[in-house]
Design a binder for this molecule. Structure first.
Ligand SMILES: NC(=O)c1ccc[n+]([C@@H]2O[C@H](COP(=O)([O-])OP(=O)(O)OC[C@H]3O[C@@H](n4cnc5c(N)ncnc54)[C@H](O)[C@@H]3O)[C@@H](O)[C@H]2O)c1
Length: 268
């Protein structure tokens, strides 16, 4: 790993206390970036920040935020600027899932998933872009990175609302790229498949609970067998390289793109 690849990048990451958000925070900082870790769970985010600061390359702070609240997004951006002087990159990663068959979806399920996965992405992008625009033009583009999913492109029978929310993330990436280009802000994203994280561990249990799967772990096995070209599930370490690429100068001539990192699922 090049310890200088992300030197000079000040990056806000939402949902950074666990899973892929935490892995990306550690990976970015190991490449020289300063990172602000926003999460509902301040304690866990602070633990990750402490590990990063002990490792001694890029610096880290942790902030408590509820991504569904505009004022929390604005405060997280302000904290990033106060700690590091500016913000160059925003990674909108916070997300959740709660499976339901179509006729079992209710307003609570809809609102919870759409608010965290989609509305909050829009709020985070807007508040981050507001600060980038206020900072004025810079030679290199500012970057917004959105976390989509295989569910941004494939309909899945057990997670209609999650699919709706993640198709929305793809739309925010493409429309955001158009809407923010005049400010030298690029918008890209990546779309994982099955990543072993606390989110998927909970989903695995929930799929048994709603009767879609019979036993714990069956969802992993079925997806590997039926959907994946590369015959294994993935781990946060499988996504950090693509996220780093999108945060780095190497992706300067890209915008409006969502890169699949899903073991080939999207092609099947
Ligand atoms: N795990 C997968 O298989 C998978 C696949 C495709 C896409 N994704 C997406 O990747 C992203 C990260 O997922 P993960 O698997 O690492 O999840 P995770 O559950 O391990 O981590 C998500 C983090 O988001 C935080 N969060 C949730 N709601 C929040 C809120 N309102 N405000 C602030 N923070 C909040 C949680 O506290 C948690 O730390 C999500 O957007 C998810 O939809 C995950």
């Amino acid at each position: 790993m090049d310890p200088n690849r992300l030197n000079g990048k000040n990056i806000l990451i939402t949902g950074a206390a666990r899973g892929m958000g935490a892995a990306n925070a550690e990976s970015f900082a190991a490449q020289g970036a300063n990172v602000c870790l926003g999460d509902l769970s301040l304690e866990e985010a602070q633990d990750v920040a402490d590990r990063i600061n002990a490792a001694g390359n890029g610096k880290a702070i942790a902030v408590k935020m509820d991504v569904t609240k505009r004022e929390d997004n604005a405060a997280a951006v302000a904290a990033t600027v106060e700690a590091f002087g500016s913000i160059n990159v925003g990674l909108f990663n916070a997300g959740l899932n709660k499976p339901r068959f179509f006729m079992d979806i209710d307003e609570d399920n809809w609102d919870m998933i759409m608010n965290v996965n989609t509305k909050a992405m829009w709020l985070g992008m807007q508040e981050t872009a507001r600060q980038m625009i206020a900072q004025g033009p810079q030679e290199k583009p500012y970057k917004l990175i959105n976390v989509g999913s295989i569910a941004s492109r494939k309909p899945l029978v057990d997670v209609t609302v999650y699919c709706t929310s993640k198709y929305g993330c793809l739309a925010l990436t493409e429309c955001g790229a158009l809407g923010l280009a005049e400010h030298n802000i690029t918008v890209n994203g990546y779309a994982p498949g099955v990543v072993v994280t606390p989110l998927w561990e909970q989903l695995d249990k929930d799929l048994v609970e709603i009767g879609f799967k019979e036993r714990a772990g069956q969802a992993y096995d079925d997806i590997v067998e039926n959907n994946l070209v590369i015959k294994r599930v993935s781990y946060p370490k499988d996504v950090v390289g693509t996220a780093s690429f999108l945060a780095s100068d190497d992706s300067d001539y890209m915008t409006g793109q969502m890169i699949s990192i899903d073991g080939g699922w999207v092609t099947k």
